[in-house]
Design a protein around this ligand. Structure first.
Ligand SMILES: [Zn+2]
Length: 298
């Protein structure tokens, strides 16, 4: 099968080209610019289907997890193919997916560029990135000024900041620094604004790795969350887990659950060492497709 979203290293430019190639092949795909990164790279939102109680799928929060962006784009392509030809998706009739699906394949395009292309990807932040990086930029997760977007959402942010300081993360860092204030970064703000405007009924955030599903925020468990999490787990083989330590606050899923009191999930796709190799992609999609298809239906 020849896909527009063929596996390749997912630079911001490659992603942009894929998004617009999909738009050309499937004109009913809606593409919208919802924000710009610190280095002025576009943050794109794709939407498919009737505008009603949308499902939101987000990916590319962490630089070295750029394979999550490919997964989100592949799901978009499979959904577009199925819709345009009346085919099935994961053996499910496309008629079951009537509501809108919104996909933001890359929340942190600068981080992805830095992880792939090193300081050359950091634009006017090249000097500070080279100062911050403790090892190879291949392991970079943050945005261009060393803020971890998934530590920057406004949910238990103070507690998270205190935990970061306890573990020696005092300032900009390749990962796990939540900034001086919540939602200080344009990448975080783009997602927050999109959610406030579109009010999704459910949200997914793709990360790697671990083959795990995070589904609650502290004691907060919106109606249907556990039920949906169990369905996703049974369909994918991914394990349900509880938040722990530095992953307990400040994430997108945490904020979405707290702000909307609706289900949100962090899906840790794949297993191994980040960045996961392109050769893992097909087998990852076998686990992920059931989750994304069911999320679009339920
Ligand atoms: Zn991540």
């Amino acid at each position: 099968m020849n896909y527009i979203t063929n596996p390749s290293v997912m630079t911001a430019e490659k992603q942009r080209n894929m998004i617009f190639s999909l738009k050309r092949a499937y004109p009913f795909l809606n593409v919208q610019l919802i924000g710009k990164s610190l280095c002025q790279r576009g943050i794109f939102c794709m939407s498919i289907g009737r505008s009603e109680n949308p499902l939101l799928i987000t990916a590319g929060y962490h630089g070295q997890e750029w394979l999550t962006s490919l997964a989100a784009l592949r799901f978009a392509e499979l959904l577009l193919m199925a819709k345009s030809r009346g085919l099935t998706l994961w053996d499910t009739s496309i008629a079951c997916i009537s509501r809108e699906v919104i996909i933001v394949p890359c929340v942190n395009p600068d981080g992805v560029e830095i992880a792939i292309n090193g300081i050359d990807g950091a634009g006017r932040f090249a000097q500070s990135v080279s100062k911050i990086q403790a090892e190879s930029t291949e392991k970079w997760n943050a945005n261009a000024r060393g803020v971890d977007i998934n530590h920057n959402f406004d949910a238990g942010w103070q507690e998270l900041r205190a935990m970061e300081i306890d573990s020696g993360i005092l300032g900009p860092s390749p990962r796990r620094y939540g900034s001086y204030a919540p939602v200080s970064e344009p990448e975080t703000a783009a997602i927050v604004d999109l959610c406030k405007m579109r009010k999704p009924r459910m949200a997914l955030a793709l990360h790697s790795q671990g083959e795990e599903i995070f589904w609650e925020y502290g004691e907060k468990r919106p109606k249907r969350s556990l039920e949906l999490a169990r369905i996703f787990s049974a369909a994918s083989g991914y394990e349900l887990v509880e938040n722990d330590g530095l992953a307990s606050h400040g994430g997108f899923k945490d904020w979405f659950i707290e702000f909307f009191n609706k289900p949100a999930f962090t899906i840790e796709m794949g297993k191994g060492e980040n960045p996961l190799p392109l050769t893992d992609f097909d087998s990852i999609m076998e686990h992920l497709l059931p989750i994304l298809t069911l999320a679009a239906m339920l």
